[in-house]
Write a protein that binds this ligand. Structure first.
Ligand SMILES: [Zn+2]
Length: 306
């Protein structure tokens, strides 16, 4: 049309977009400040290659890396009533939900799947902190119940990866009611004699820590994960005492008997398989590829006639 839209605007746009590209390719470690190339970081399961700081990873990315061949299938979760309280703060709850779905590409804060890790069948549930702080909603409650029911139906253990700031305030008492509901789901697994293993990731706090995230037969955490019920500042103000260093961190909880293991993300798969196979009375997993089949003896080629 004119030189402004044909020439000036594209030039300005290209200047800005050129500047954005390098920023997207690099991530700065929150802990040590090292700039990490995005490919290198995702290959290392979002763990800093320089200081081993465990950054957030979505449930889907974790499952892609954990399951054999990156293959798993999703378990259906019944959808609850949307926005029963017609909750509104600065934004309406349905609008917040829409924004979270758009941002994460997930339906809700909990993903339930089934598949095999080192040929060990499991059902797994993963909570996504990037979806409204991984908050415990009616859907999350339904997801845990669906996971437990699927595990019982197929005779598989349930492995749950937690990450949450607590119950979803937009669902009020209905969010809090998921504490007893999920506790019953865990109880169902125990009655069926199936292992329930919890992997606590950074951060797991609030009502989630007061229910399903602390009821595992084996409690594992990722290094330096923040795990607690109330925040450190609230506790300090209540007891009027300075809290020790590393309070509510995975290593502190391990030292004080709240956890069984603190495991690096790259070792998690192997460790889960070992624990599950021991608890399920299965033989140890074959690491790596299965041995190649014996070559079929071929008939000796006939000697060429002279
Ligand atoms: Zn680092």
């Amino acid at each position: 049309m004119n030189w402004i839209s044909n020439y000036v605007r594209p030039t300005i746009n290209s200047l800005f977009s050129r500047r954005e590209v390098p920023e997207n390719l690099w991530t700065k470690c929150d802990e040590c400040g090292t700039m990490l190339f995005h490919r290198e970081l995702s290959d290392n399961l979002n763990v800093c290659t320089s200081c081993n700081h465990h950054m957030a990873i979505t449930a889907r990315d974790r499952f892609k890396a954990m399951f054999d061949g990156g293959i798993f299938s999703e378990v259906d979760v019944p959808a609850p009533v949307a926005d029963p309280l017609h909750f509104k703060d600065q934004k309406k709850y349905p609008d917040r939900m829409k924004a979270a779905v758009k941002k994460t590409g997930e339906k809700e804060a909990m993903l339930v799947v089934e598949g095999e890790i080192l040929r060990t069948p499991i059902v797994a549930a993963g909570q996504d902190f990037s979806f409204m702080g991984g908050s415990m909603s009616m859907y999350v409650g339904n997801a845990i119940i669906a996971a437990a029911e699927r595990a019982i139906e197929t005779g598989r253990p349930l492995v749950l990866f937690s990450a949450a700031g607590g119950a979803r305030m937009q669902e009020g008492i209905l969010g809090l009611m998921q504490m007893p509901r999920t506790t019953i789901a865990v109880e169902m697994l125990k009655e069926a004699g199936l292992p329930y293993i919890v992997v606590l990731t950074h951060p797991t706090t609030g009502g989630v820590t007061a229910s399903y995230a602390m009821l595992g037969d084996v409690q594992i955490a990722e290094p330096n994960a923040l795990i607690g019920f109330a925040g450190a500042r609230v506790i300090e103000q209540t007891i009027r005492e300075k809290l020790p260093e590393g309070f509510q961190r995975a290593e502190y909880l391990l030292d004080h008997g709240m956890l069984d293991r603190v495991t690096h993300r790259k070792d998690m798969k192997g460790e889960l398989v070992t624990i599950i196979r021991m608890l399920m009375g299965m033989p140890p997993a074959v690491q790596g590829d299965l041995p190649a089949p014996e070559p079929v003896a071929e008939a000796e080629p006939a000697e060429p006639a002279k």
